[in-house]
Design a binder for this molecule. Structure first.
Ligand code: PGA
Length: 247
């Protein structure tokens, strides 16, 4: 799976048992073999997603995990271990909505990252700059400090999603040259922190659709996409998978 193109679907706080069933049935029918597809559902639907996707090559995962290591008195929290127990194989970490609405900082995110790794779940670290930061030429500095949480980790594979905050849910996609520049930067930063033959998967996220996915995924240094809004529409996501399978 580390050599495939990735499409991760970030459902955010959307879905219902009935809607998920329809959406997952449509995704299942695409029978992807060349693409690694993952569904990051809200916690209550993880078990449903895992059950429906059982015996397929499509992965189930979540959008976050707890920063607390062990089970205990942490009301409302869901541990990485529980995610694994319910069939989750990956989790997003540090999505900009978490950083923004829940003030998640590097210290918190490092705990989450370690917890995911300890539970054998793939952490997908999300990084990206705001519009203001880009306009002030701070994009690389901001991303560099977000990547610092990887320092000292003894890992040989990691997935990073570059999601410019100004492109999320806005219909504005970063240009392929903007994406390539930042992805190259991230690749080199991450490589300098890991072993030389590390597997690094870099996903782009921010208004990815069936229309632009091919162009984005054929951009240098892009190994996949993290898809929000478009992943909630059966036609859109299946078209996307079918076109990526052909690449
Ligand atoms: P979007 O969201 O595709 O709706 O822009 C992407 C994300 O937030 O992961």
């Amino acid at each position: 799976m580390w050599q495939k193109k990735w499409i991760l679907c970030n459902w955010k706080m959307n879905g219902s048992i009935a809607k998920n069933f329809q959406l997952l049935s449509a995704v299942k029918q695409t029978q992807p073999t060349a693409t690694y597809i993952g569904i990051a559902s809200p916690y209550p639907y993880l078990l449903q997603t895992s059950e429906i996707l059982r015996d397929t090559q499509i992965a189930s995962g979540t959008q976050d995990c707890s920063r607390f290591k062990t089970a205990g008195a942490y009301s409302g929290e869901v541990s990485a271990q529980m995610i694994a127990d319910c069939g989750g194989t990956f989790t997003l970490i540090g999505h900009s909505e978490r950083r923004n609405y829940f003030s998640e900082n590097n210290e918190t995110l490092r705990c989450k990252l370690e917890n995911a790794l300890n539970a054998s779940i793939i952490p997908v670290l999300c990084v990206g700059e705001t519009l203001n930061e880009r306009e002030n030429n701070q994009a690389e500095n901001v991303i560099s400090s977000q990547l610092e949480i990887l320092k000292g980790l003894n890992i040989s594979q990691i997935a990073i999603a570059y999601e410019p905050v100004w492109a999320i849910g806005t219909g504005v996609t970063a240009s392929t040259s903007q994406i390539e520049t930042i992805h190259k930067f991230i690749y080199n930063e991450v490589l300098s922190m890991l072993c030389k033959d590390a597997n690094i998967r870099l996903l782009y996220g921010g208004s990815v659709s069936a229309k632009n996915v091919q162009e984005i995924l054929t951009t240098q240094y892009v190994d996949g996409a993290l898809v929000g809004g478009a992943s909630l529409k059966a036609d859109e996501i299946t078209d996307m998978i079918v076109s990526i399978e052909k690449l």
